[in-house]
Design a protein around this ligand. Structure first.
Ligand code: HEM
Length: 490
């Protein structure tokens, strides 16, 4: 394989038996995570030390070894777009990564071919703006509940308090998800399920544990046992929610019409055919419902909460932008009680800030595809089982694409929209690209913008002296030592 790559002009480290580049990668991560960095330092060497090392040494068409599996990097927007466009040829890589990660990345995100097309087309309507707009009042209530809690905490500190904001932002995004998925408030049961999933995320450690030894999931390690326990809890939890919903619908408390939520879509086949289903088919459909619940829970809460968290951190550092955004929010929203998607659309400065944060701290810092057979891509022939990785974070911080200030926080670059912000064809892909683009991007932008708007109206904030800048990745980029900020109620 290595000779095959080299013959085509690609460069990389020589293969080392079984572990490939993974031992070095683990050592690199251990070293970079051992201490914090400066708030304006580049986060690339910390979050992608192995990929950066490969690309810097070997160039834009290079390879490395995720264990015995080759992984190639093409830092060429046209080739990446070709890969992301053809979902039938380039498959999601989740089936080939570590077994704990596979417990999390399930349902829609792990499906392929016709099965994926069928599932995605059933779910797409739930994410169209006409379906999301009526959710805004419920999302606003989730924001207000969260901000009220902060107000109670700050009032005890004389209007000023240090709060580690991330756990609260997670409560916000997961309570919004509870609305989207189950039309439910944030019950203790739903809360516990989220917490278990985030524990599984930490055990999964995608960045460093990309490869698994054959049969690894059967090893009776402490980590595997804990992962199995959590998985069982989460499965049981979704099975009970599914049964409860089926009972309700059968009893005529129907939620399957115009107001249907995601769970209604997931259980549609079960509800429509329940009486006639063979046991085996019923089990298959229930497995599918569990898998869909898991992926929407998992994909939904860490991504948006971390974007909000980094935005609060960056607006604490760049106070001029905090002030500018607040002035805009006051002007557009004033004392309005009802906030519409039109209002949010008028928040230009907030939009520029969100775009800049998705560029500098994209929750998904890379995504990969795998080929099941030898495949020609541009001038290259890619052998079967190779991973093709799109390192978004690296592209988002490239001076060639974004100009000399690429590594700096400067929302102004988005003043005239996303297309004009880059030099040349835009590889700005925080939500992915092509048919498998994030299904929930409109939803995510709404919940992020609404929260920022209400936050800016109610609080000013700055870094606490205890804050340590230490971006860290399990699946999403999050602050390794939390995000203690000083909040002042306005
Ligand atoms: C700022 C927030 C978010 C970002 C930046 C983001 C980013 C992404 C990216 C990059 C992908 C594509 C990965 C690939 O092509 O391999 C993706 C897929 C996906 N995202 Fe998001 N996401 C966000 C929020 C959400 C939320 C809130 C949900 C759930 C409500 C969600 C659910 C999904 C699902 C189910 C997929 C798989 C889609 C498919 O394969 O058809 N995401 N997301």
């Amino acid at each position: 394989m290595e000779r095959f790559f080299r013959k085509q002009g690609m460069k990389g480290n020589s293969y080392k038996f079984l572990f490939g580049d993974m031992k070095e990668a683990n050592l690199m991560y251990e070293k970079v995570y051992s201490k914090p960095i400066g708030v304006n330092d580049d986060i690339l060497p910390r979050l992608m030390p192995n990929i950066l090392d490969t690309v810097e040494k070997y160039g834009n068409y290079s390879f490395m070894w995720s264990g015995p599996r080759p992984r190639v990097f093409f830092l060429d927007p046209n080739l990446l777009k070709e890969v992301l466009s053809d979902f039938r040829k380039y498959h999601k890589s989740f089936k080939v990564i570590n077994p704990i990660a596979r417990m999390l990345v399930t349902g829609l995100a792990s499906m392929e071919g016709d099965e994926w097309t069928k599932s995605r087309s059933k779910m797409n309507p739930a994410f169209q703006m006409n379906k999301l707009k009526p959710m805004l009042p419920a999302i606003k209530v989730c924001c207000e509940d969260m901000l009220r809690e902060w107000k109670e905490m700050t009032s005890k500190g004389g209007g000023k308090s240090v709060i580690d904001v991330l756990p609260y932002l997670e409560v916000y995004t997961s309570s919004v998800l509870a609305q989207l998925m189950f039309s439910s408030t944030y019950t203790p049961h739903i809360k516990q399920t989220f917490y278990k999933l985030s524990e599984l995320e930490k055990l999964g450690k995608l960045a460093t544990d990309t490869f698994a030894l054959p049969g690894q999931k059967y090893f009776p390690t402490k980590k595997n046992r804990r992962a199995k326990e959590i998985d069982k809890f989460v499965r049981d939890s979704f099975i009970s929610m599914t049964n409860e919903r089926l009972e309700k619908r059968k009893a005529g408390e129907d939620n399957g019409g115009i107001n249907q939520d995601l769970l209604d879509i997931f259980i549609g086949e079960l509800y429509d055919n329940d009486e006639n289903l063979k046991d085996r088919d019923r089990r298959r459909i229930i497995e599918d419902v569990i898998a869909q619940c898991k992926i929407f829970f998992f994909a939904g809460f860490g991504s948006s909460s971390n974007v909000l968290c980094w935005t609060m951190i960056m607006l604490s550092v760049h106070k001029n932008w905090q002030v500018r955004a607040r002035e805009e929010v006051v002007k557009v929203l004033g004392n309005k009680n009802e906030i519409t998607s039109n209002d949010l659309g008028q928040l230009k400065v907030v939009t520029m800030i969100v775009n800049e944060m998705l560029r500098l701290y994209p929750p998904t810092m890379e995504f990969s595809r795998v080929v099941d057979e030898e495949t020609t891509l541009g001038n290259y022939v890619i052998p079967k089982d190779t991973l093709i990785t799109c390192p978004i974070l690296l592209l988002n911080r490239s001076t060639k694409i974004w100009g000399e200030d690429a590594k700096e926080f400067n929302p102004e670059r988005f003043a005239e929209g996303v297309v004009k912000a880059t030099k040349g064809p835009t590889p700005y892909l925080p939500f992915g690209w092509g048919p498998r683009i994030c299904i929930a991007q409109n939803f995510a932008i709404l919940e992020i913008k609404l929260f920022l708007a209400l936050l800016l109206l109610n609080f000013s904030f700055q870094l606490s002296p205890d804050y340590k800048h230490a971006p860290h990745v399990d699946f999403t980029i999050h602050p390794q030592y939390g995000a203690p900020l000083v909040l002042n109620e306005l």
